[in-house]
Each structure stands twice: as structure tokens, then as C-alpha cells.
Design a protein around this ligand. Sequence first.
Ligand SMILES: *Cc1c(COP(=O)(O)O)cnc(C)c1O
Length: 355
Amino acid sequence: MKKHNFYAGPSILSEYTIKHTADAVNNFAETGLSLLEVSHRSKEFVAVMDEAQALVKELLDVPEGYQVLYLGGGASLQFCMAPMNLLRTKAGYLDTGTWAANAIKEARLFGDVEVLASSKESNYNFYPRGYEVPSDLDYFHITTNNTIYGTELREDPDVPVRLVADMSSDIFSRPVDVAKYDLIYAGAQKNLGPAGATLVIVKEDVLGKVDRAIPTMLDYRTHIKKGSMFNTPPVLPVYSSLMTLRYYKEMGGVKAMEKIDLEKAGVLYDAIDNSKMFVGTAAEDSRSIMNVTFVMTPEYKELEKDFVDFCAARGIVGIKGHRSVGGFRASLYNALPLESVKALVDAMAEFEKQH
Ligand SMILES: *Cc1c(COP(=O)(O)O)cnc(C)c1O
């Protein structure tokens, strides 16, 4: 039986994605070849890449003037690629978690970085608000969902400068006003496909404004010019991502996904709030609907490991918290069914009753 998969990334993919990827691994687009052994320049794969770009534009309602790319190197490569392509003198960042801090570290290699707000002092348990964004910045960078700490910004900020966002762990979980952003990036392995591809949505006219020499592979313009085919793209992750995008479209798009995601998160947060054993770690106004972080109250603390084992025995996997928060983290990505959340909530209630 399929397990209830709460892993944070790589993470659960839709059955649709897995099935169609498996089919293509056996026989890709009736070519009599495996997806793993075809040329990325074959007309069948070029059609996959084209549709994978077009569906992102359709699902996120991407305006004219933006390009959709599938690159390698993970979201982590974007931590340096973004400043390399956009940072002239100074950028502003929000320090909202480990990934944000990693992005800040890389940006500092290319110019001044002003941290406009940070929640580090409280172990990143809230999403900062009320900060000022100076108008002399080249861009402002946010991490919309802090995968490790379970905090999220579910709105698109209005800022007087270019806006760059790492949406690795919440892209496609809500409609996004892409016009407010100049660069959006996301590693595929949370809400899109297998590890190995990074989705980039970039506004074309923000490029070419820095003086530094940019290595060919790290210049967004290279990949725009070649339609993400400058070098061999991650063929299988792109194919699987396309299957997920088709699935999202079939489900009714990102608005429909958001409705289900809100329901799932609501069920789990209700269970946490009504429990005497479990307590959430993120401030209520910052709670993520993708990654729910919680711990046991001090009097039960020593039972945390037992609960992980208790869940495993019920086919519930991936709930052990990240070491920087401890306790538990349940990742409720789009592909996770509501019934998995119910299984977890039932396990929590049962365990609490037993103790
Ligand atoms: C997982 C994650 C990353 C790192 O992605 P890689 O593809 O492993 O480099 C970066 N940012 C966020 C928000 C993430 O969740």
C-alpha cells in the first residue's frame, strides 16, 4: 500500500505524475524508446519542453514579457545566479529562514546586501511584516515559504523596487500576481516534479543591466535564447513536471489547488490547536499551509520519538522535524491527499489518548 508521504522534499508527487512518468520511461510518446534514452532535441521532447513552459504561463497567468525556464543546479544555484544577473550595487533581503540566509550569503559575493527584516532571533518562527523597502535597491528578495520553519507569506508584496522570490516550496499552491515580480524561482522537488529541474520565471527586460562578466551558463539570457536547451536539460524532471502541470490544470488550476491546500492545513492546525500534547511552532499569522511544524509540550517531550515510530507503524512517513526546529514537520504539498492528513490527525488523537 502507498504510504502517507509527508516528506519535505523530494516529496510526494501525484499518482498521475508517477504513472505517466513510468509509462514514458518504458515508451516515450510512442517513439519505441525510453524517455531516458531520447535526444532532448527530438521533436517529441521539444514538444514536452514547449508545453511545460506554456502550462506554467497558463496556470500562473504569466503576463507578456516574461520567460519560463527549466534549469539545473537547484534553487541553490539561483541564490547566486539571481544576484549575478541583477545586482549592481545593493539589494534588500528578508532573513526568514535557512534558505533565505543561504541566499543572502551568496548575494553578498556580488554587492551590498541590506537585511530589511529578520526573524532569526526567535528561531524564524514568524514572517516579518511592517519593514520599509528603500527605493534605491536593485531588488528585494523574499522566500515566500520557509520550508524548515513552517512560515509563509501568502500574498504578493507591493514594493518600489524589483521583486525576486524563492517560491520553491509553495509555488502552485495559490494564484500569484506574477506582474509584481521580476524573478521567481523554485526547485522542482516540492510542488512540481522530481529533483533535478529548477523552474525560473523571469521578466526579460530586467536582464543585461549589470556590468560584470557573467559565465554563459549562469546568464539567464543564454537560456532564454535557447529555450532552456542551451545544454542538455534535465529531461526526466521536465517531463514529470509537465505531467504535474497537466494534473493541476485538470484539477482546476492553482485556485482549486489552493482550496484543497487550505482545507488540508486547516484540518491539521485544528488538531494541533485542540491538543494538549502537540503545539505549533510558527506564529499563527505566519503559518504555512505547505509545511506544518509542531512539537510536543514539555511534559510529553520525551515521547516525540515514540510518536514518529507510532506513525511509521501506520504507514505515515516523513514527519520527523528538521533538526533546527525539532519535533515534527508535516509537509502538505499539493499532491498529498486529504486522507493522508486525516490519517495523521487520527494518529495524533490516538497517541494522545494512549498517554
Ligand atoms: C528546498 C529549498 C531550497 C533548496 O533547493 P535545492 O533545489 O535543493 O537547491 C531552497 N529554497 C527553499 C525555500 C526550499 O524549500
